[in-house]
Structure formats: C-alpha cells, structure tokens
Design a protein around this ligand. Structure first.
Ligand code: AMP
Length: 208
C-alpha cells in the first residue's frame, strides 16, 4: 500500500500516521520530520529549509522532491509507505507520479476555524515525536507516552501558523480535486476523538 495522508496543518496527520504505522507496519515518511532532522544536524539542506519553515512557507519543490525520491527508493519502502506532508503542491504531486503509483490518498478533514487553536496548543515530545494538546495534557512538560521532554515547535506560534494555513489554502488544498479526479481520494472526518478518526481510517485502509 502506497498511502498519502492529506490534510491541513493541525488536522492530525502525524497522530494518525503513528497509529497507521503501528497497525500496518508501513514506514512513516514525514517531510516535516526530515527537514527538522536536517535542521538539528545543521546540514546545508537544514539551513535552507529553516529559512522557509520559520516563515511558515513551503520549502522549494526541487529540493523537497529530491529528498522524497531518495527516501522512497530505500529498501524499507518496497512493500509500501505512508507519506505525511508530501505532496503539498500540484507540481510535487506530478513529480511523485513519475516515480511511484499511489494506492490511496486519505484526506483528514477538519474545519479551518479549529486548526489555529489545535496548532498553537500543540506540544511535541523530543524523544518519541508524538504530539499532544494542552487542553488534554494541561501544563505538564513530560510526555504522557514515553516520559520524554515536551516542547513547542518553533513554527507553532500564531503568526507562523497563520501563514502555514494560508499556504495550505492557496497551494495544497487543490490536491483534493487533483486526487479526486484520479479516483484515489478517500476523506475521513478529522474533527473527532483520535480513536474515532483512526477507526474511520482503518475502515478505508482495510478495503484496499
Ligand atoms: P509539517 O511538519 O508537515 O507541518 O511541515 C513543517 C514545515 O516543513 C512546513 O511548514 C514547510 O515549511 C516544510 N515542509 C514540509 N513538507 C513540505 C513539502 N512537501 N513541501 C514544502 N515544504 C514542506
């Protein structure tokens, strides 16, 4: 199964991706995580990516496509993969088509007015990468899952979130139509408890 997870920033793609990976054993390929790893390691790609990510803008298509193509060519992706955060533009989707066939695109739908609060209240774990919301975990700085230290992503401040949401509306949302026309789009309601969303995701994946 070659799956793409689509959805606005804050729609819960990362959370659903962890659950899917656990259940179906697909490697989770998150372009955001790959860029953040490069930023931590201060690679040339990381330095370039940071200048875009800090402003809430998309990194250039050419470097992003190259990074994904290299990752998908590795042995662990031969039996399938789960892409999270890629493609984000029509041009990335067209490039992706040239090197793999996508089985299903899962769009996680959350009303736009809920996304800002979801993102600014998000806390991520340094150790396991899981994310949580302050409305659920309160002010704790300790990860409820693994005990690691929680932090707030640098791009989860209100100003950057606003520009990420604008970028989603202007450049990424059109992928819904793109994949609808190709007959591979499945939508699930993401405005529900994590377990409910995952149940809907499983319903789709189990029919593939
Ligand atoms: P994410 O963790 O998916 O929210 O991504 C964080 C940031 O990484 C985005 O706001 C972009 O700046 C950058 N990024 C991640 N995926 C892509 C992509 N497919 N194309 C361009 N930029 C990306």
């Amino acid at each position: 199964m070659n799956i793409v997870l689509l959805g606005a920033p804050g729609s819960g793609k990362g959370t659903q991706a962890s659950l899917i990976t656990e259940q179906y054993g697909l490697p989770h390929i998150s372009t955001g995580d790959m860029f953040r790893e490069n930023i931590r390691e201060k690679t040339p790609l990381g330095v370039l990516a940071k200048s875009y990510i800090d402003k809430g803008q998309l990194c250039p298509d050419d470097v992003t496509v190259k990074m994904v193509e290299e990752r998908l060519s590795r042995a662990d992706c031969k039996k399938g993969f789960l892409l999270d955060g890629f493609p984000r533009t029509i041009s990335q989707a067209e490039a992706l088509e040239k090197f793999v066939k996508i089985t299903c695109v899962l769009d996680i739908e959350v009303p736009l007015d809920k996304l800002l609060g979801r993102l600014t209240g998000r806390r991520c774990c340094e150790k396991c990468g899981e994310s949580f919301h302050v409305s659920v975990i309160g002010k704790t700085e300790i990860c409820p899952k693994c005990g690691g230290k929680l932090y707030t992503r640098a791009d989860d401040n209100e100003e950057t979130v606003q520009s990420r949401l604008n970028v989603y509306a202007s450049q990424t949302a059109s992928l819904i139509d793109f994949y609808q026309r190709k007959g591979v789009l499945k939508s699930v309601n993401g405005d529900a408890a994590v377990e409910e969303v995952f149940a809907a995701v499983q319903e789709v994946l189990n029919t593939l």
